[in-house]
Design a binder for this molecule. Sequence first.
Ligand SMILES: Nc1ncnc2c1ncn2[C@@H]1O[C@H](COP(=O)(O)OP(=O)(O)O)[C@@H](O)[C@H]1O
Ligand SMILES: [Mg+2]
Length: 213
Amino acid sequence: MILSITNLKGGCGKTTLATNIAVGLAHAGKTVCLIDTDLGQASSLEWAGIRGEQKPHIQVMGKKLAQITTDANELAKSFDVVLIDGAPQLEELADRTILASDVIIIPTKPSLQDLRSTEEFLKRFRKVKALKQASGMDVTAFVVINEANTNTNIFKDIKETIEQLDEELIHIINDRTAYRDAFAYGLGVVEYDDRKAKKEMQDLTKNILKRIK
Ligand SMILES: Nc1ncnc2c1ncn2[C@@H]1O[C@H](COP(=O)(O)OP(=O)(O)O)[C@@H](O)[C@H]1O
Ligand SMILES: [Mg+2]
């Protein structure tokens, strides 16, 4: 099972969600391999370096997008879940991630700029999905609103717009310092002492597990 966390935009929380979902899935008993494709920043690789031998172990490796389909398929033979931490990529490169994946999670911050980039990404996604379906394969996308301040008007407006999309909004992750702190310690928030962050990430993990089987 190959799960990508991606969008065309930088800074929307791809690495934050990828590392936290990796930890969440590992605590749920899945073997997980996390592939960092944003080699300019290599944030997931840095996180893995800080995490060290902390249990459960998460295998993290860097890969170029050119090879991603072959490499991810090969790794999927040895791990329950191969998680791809996406790069803020050119559109043609975004296609490679979509082609390689069974499921895509699209983090979107509640801002107009992020909404536009998600809409652009989804146009791309739907074309590639149609191509995959024509050759007997499939890919499903879910949206997660990330870094939300749920009492603001912009959040409410963006949430309403996202709820109109064909792709399901599966979770809302709030703006919390625990995400920045846990990352700096090489942890996921389920391993950190912020109860609300822990609960919302456990819920996201459950939502994902329900949908990937
Ligand atoms: N839910 C959140 N709450 C607080 N800060 C967050 C949250 N999600 C991401 N961030 C912060 O936003 C910045 C960009 O996140 P990152 O995951 O690196 O994005 P990307 O990988 O898409 O470029 C980081 O400083 C990260 O700590
Ligand atoms: Mg990143």
